[in-house]
Design a protein around this ligand. Structure first.
Ligand SMILES: [Zn+2]
Length: 670
C-alpha cells in the first residue's frame, strides 16, 4: 500500500488526510521523503549546466516538498497530542534531520553555485523578490560556515558541537537546582496566604512526598508567595534561593559554563568574519547593530527607572507604616506592590470571566479582520488532527484565501503555551498555493468555555500571526508569511492585541454567558487599566537583563561574566530593590541555546513598533481606518521577508518608530 503521507492529497483544499494517516506511516514516510530530497539535491549539484536562478535557487525552493508533507502533520501531532510513540519518533527523527540540514548547508558544490549567482546578480535580470531570495540564500550559507576551509571549518564544527553540549548542561543544572530546593511551611508560615496558594503548596508537598505544605522555586509558587506572604524573614530566604539558581557552587553551578559559552560564541563569530557575536547575531535582525539596540533600551531605561524610583518611595512608606524600618529590599517589592494593587485596582477576575466566552472571542478576532481586511470565515467539515480542533474556509470577495484551524483547549499531551504554525505556507512558485494556518492555545474547557482577559489577548496575539500567514502574497516560500527577522515577527501579533482593547469590540462581543448582557462600562475600564500596573518595576527588571545580554556579546567575551554583569548594573544605576529579571547563572534565554542570545531585547523592539503602529491607526481616524488597514496589509502582512524589515516599516508608517507610544502604553511617559 502506498504511504498516505506521500500521495497527492485529494482532500478539500489538499489538507493533510488525517483520517488516513497512522503513526506507523511517519518513519517510512520520512525515509522515502529524505531519499527523494537527496536525489533532488544531487540533481542540483551535479547539473552540468552553468548555474541559473531557476536550476539552483528555484530548485532549492522546491526541494524537499514531500519532506514537508511528512513533517508538518507529524510535528503538529507531536506538539498537540504527544504520546510515547510520537516522542520516540521525535528522538529518532531529530539526528536524521540535523544530518540532512548539514548535508545541504555544508555542501561545497551547492554553495559554489549559489555564490556564482550572487556575484553575477546584477547581470541576471532578476526581480526584486528574486534578488532578495538569492541574497538570503547566500547569507544563510555564509553564516553556517559553508565558505570555510580546512582547519577553520573543522574548528567551527567543534565549537558548534561544544556549544550544543554546554547549552544542554546549562539547562539541566538549572532544572536540578529548581527541583532540589524546597522549604517546608508550618501552619504559622501559611498565615496570610490565599487559598489557591495554600492548595498549590500542598500539592507541591505531595509531589515531594512530604507532609503538609512546601514552597518550591516553580514560578507559579514562588511569585505568589513573594506577593502574599507577610513574613519578611521567609520572603528573604525564598527570594535569595530563587535568584541563586545556577549559582550554588558544586556540580550544578552555571557560572563557568556561561563564561565558556561566551568565549566560544566570540570565537565562532570571528571564524565567520564578524567582529563579535552581537554583530553576527544582529546582522539578520531589524535592529542590525548593537548601537541601535542599546539606544532603544536606554531610551526606555530613563523613564522606567524614574517611575520605579517613585514607586519604590511609595512602597517604602507602606513598609515603614507596617513598622518595618530600613530600606525596601528585593524581597519586599512584590509584597507591598500587591497590597497597593489591591487598593488602587480592585479588579474582580471572577466577575469578569462570564463576559469572555471563547466562542465570542473567536468571533471578535474574525470580526475585526473582516472590518480591517474584508475576510470572511465559514466553518469547514474536514477531518483534522484532533476532535477539539475546528477549521474555517477563509475567503475575500468569494475567493479562497486560506484554511484557518483553531485548536484552543488544554489537554494532557499538548505542549504548554500558545503558538501559530502552518501545515503549508503561501507561495506561487508551484501555482497559487494558499496557506493552511493553525493557532494552538491552552484554554480550559467548559460549558461554555470562559477566558481570562490574558487568554483573550493570547487568542488575538496568535490570530495576528495567522493573519501574517493568511494574507501573505509572495512567490517564494522561503520568505513567505512569518519568515521574517525575529525582532519583527511579533509586530503583527502584538499589534493585533490592540484591537481587543478597542472598547467597541468588547462592547459588541463581551457578553455575559447567562444573561447575554454586554460588559458594564466600569468593569471594562477597570480591566484595561489594571493591565498596566507596576510597569516601572517590570520594565526595569527586563531592560537590565537585556542590557547585560547585549554587553556580554558586544565585544571580546568577558572572562568573568558575573563581574561584567555587576559593572553593567552599576553603570546604569540599577535601583536597589529591583534585580534583573534573569541573572546570568539562570538566564536560559541567553545560555540554554542561541535563540535569544544578544536578542533578549527583541520583545521590547516589537513592542515599540506595535505601539507606534497602532498609534498610526488612531492618528488616521480610528482603529478601523480603511486606508491604514490597506497599508498594513500591503506593506507588512502580505510581504513576508521580501524586503528588509525597516524598509517595510518605513513604507507602512512613513517614519521609523520612536519609544513615545510604548512609554505611553506602559504608563511611563513623563
Ligand atoms: Zn507571538
Amino acid at each position: 500500500m502506498t504511504n498516505p503521507l506521500l500521495t497527492d492529497w485529494t482532500t478539500p483544499f489538499e489538507l493533510p488526510p488525517f483520517d488516513m494517516i497512522s503513526d506507523d506511516d511517519f518513519a517510512p514516510g520520512l525515509e522515502q521523503a529524505l531519499t527523494l530530497a537527496r536525489a533532488e539535491l544531487a540533481t542540483i549539484t551535479t547539473n552540468p549546466d552553468a548555474p541559473t536562478f531557476t536550476n539552483t535557487i528555484e530548485a532549492l525552493e522546491l526541494m524537499g516538498d514531500k519532506l514537508n508533507k511528512v513533517l508538518s502533520p507529524f510535528y503538529t501531532l507531536a506538539a498537540v497530542d504527544s504520546t510515547p510513540k510520537r516522542e520516540a519518533l521525535q528522538r529518532e527523527f531529530s539526528p536524521k534531520l540535523a544530518a540532512w540540514g548539514s548535508e545541504v548547508m555544508m555542501n561545497r558544490a551547492l554553495f559554489e553555485r549559489v555564490e556564482a549567482l550572487y556575484q553575477a546578480r546584477d547581470t541576471l535580470d532578476l526581480t526584486a523578490e528574486q534578488l532578495r531570495v538569492l541574497y538570503l540564500s547566500r547569507r544563510n550559507f555564509v553564516r553556517a560556515g559553508a565558505q570555510l576551509e580546512g582547519g577553520a571549518y573543522e574548528r567551527l564544527k567543534q565549537v558548534k558541537e561544544r556549544l550544543a553540549v554546554l547549552g544542554t548542561e546549562f539547562t539541566q543544572n538549572l532544572l536540578a537546582d529548581e527541583r532540589d530546593w524546597f522549604m517546608e511551611l508550618s501552619q504559622d508560615d501559611l498565615e496570610g496566604l490565599p487559598d489557591f496558594l495554600k492548595a498549590t503548596a500542598k500539592a507541591a508537598a505531595a509531589e515531594k512526598g512530604v507532609e503538609g505544605h512546601v514552597l518550591t522555586l516553580s514560578r507559579s509558587l514562588i511569585v505568589p508567595f513573594l506577593q502574599f506572604s507577610p513574613r519578611r524573614d521567609l520572603r528573604e530566604v525564598a527570594y535569595e534561593a530563587w535568584v541563586a539558581r545556577g549559582a550554588n557552587g558544586g556540580k550544578t553551578d552555571n557560572r563557568e559554563i556561561a563564561a565558556e559559552i561566551l568565549a566560544l560564541r566570540h570565537e565562532r563569530a570571528q571564524l565567520l568574519g564578524y567582529e563579535n557575536f552581537a554583530a553576527y547575531k544582529l546582522e539578520t535582525e531589524m535592529a542590525k547593530t548593537p548601537d541601535a539596540v542599546r539606544k532603544l533600551l536606554m531610551d526606555v531605561w530613563g523613564p522606567a527607572k524614574t517611575q520605579a524610583e517613585a514607586d519604590a518611595a511609595i512602597l517604602t512608606e507602606m513598609m515603614h507604616g507596617d513598622g518595618v524600618n530600613g530600606d525596601l529590599e528585593a524581597w519586599d517589592w512584590r509584597y507591598y506592590s500587591e497590597k497597593r494593587r489591591a487598593v488602587e485596582h480592585d479588579l474582580d477576575e471572577a466577575a469578569l470571566k462570564p463576559y469572555l466566552q471563547l466562542e465570542n472571542m473567536i468571533e471578535a478576532a474574525f470580526d475585526c479582520s473582516s472590518r480591517l481586511f474584508g475576510l470572511n470565515f465559514k466553518p469547514l467539515e474536514v477531518p483534522l488532527h484532533h476532535p477539539d480542533a475546528k477549521a474555517w474556509d477563509v475567503t475575500r470577495d468569494g475567493q479562497h484565501v486560506a484554511v484557518f484551524i483553531g485548536d484552543y483547549f488544554a489537554r494532557s499531551g499538548k505542549r504548554s503555551g500558545a503558538w501559530c504554525s502552518a501545515f503549508r505556507s503561501q507561495q506561487k512558485l508551484k501555482g497559487d498555493i494558499r496557506p493552511h494556518v493553525i493557532n494552538v492555545c491552552n484554554f480550559a474547557k467548559g460549558e461554555p468555555a470562559l477566558l481570562s482577559y490574558d487568554d483573550a489577548r493570547t487568542l488575538f496575539h496568535e490570530f495576528g500571526h495567522a493573519l501574517h500567514q493568511m494574507l501573505s502574497n509572495v512567490t517564494y516560500e522561503s520568505i513567505s508569511g512569518t519568515s521574517v527577522a525575529r525582532d519583527f515577527v511579533e509586530l503583527p501579533s502584538q499589534l493585533y492585541e490592540h484591537w481587543l482593547e478597542v472598547p467597541e469590540v468588547l462592547q459588541k462581543h463581551a457578553r455575559h454567558a447567562d444573561t447575554g448582557a454586554p460588559m458594564p462600562e466600569a468593569l471594562l475600564k477597570q480591566m484595561l487599566k489594571a493591565a498596566n500596573y507596576d510597569q516601572g518595576f517590570a520594565t526595569v527588571e527586563y531592560v537590565a537583563s537585556a542590557l547585560v545580554d547585549l554587553a556580554f556579546h558586544d565585544g571580546p567575551a568577558p572572562t568573568d561574566p558575573m563581574a561584567k554583569q555587576a559593572d553593567v548594573l552599576d553603570s546604569i544605576g540599577m535601583p536597589h530593590a529591583i534585580r534583573m529579571r534573569h541573572a546570568t547563572p539562570h538566564f536560559a534565554h541567553v545560555f540554554a541555546g542561541d535563540g535569544y542570545s544578544s536578542g533578549y531585547y527583541s520583545y521590547m523592539w516589537s513592542e515599540v513598533m506595535d505601539a507606534d503602529a497602532f498609534e498610526a491607526f488612531e492618528e488616521a481616524g480610528g482603529a478601523f481606518d480603511p486606508d491604514m488597514a490597506a497599508k498594513l496589509e500591503q506593506f507588512i502582512l502580505s510581504t513576508g521577508g521580501s524586503q528588509e524589515a525597516d524598509a517595510l516599516y518605513m513604507a507602512f508608517r512613513g517614519k521609523m518608530p520612536g519609544v513615545e507610544a510604548l512609554l505611553k502604553g506602559r504608563g511611563l511617559a513623563a
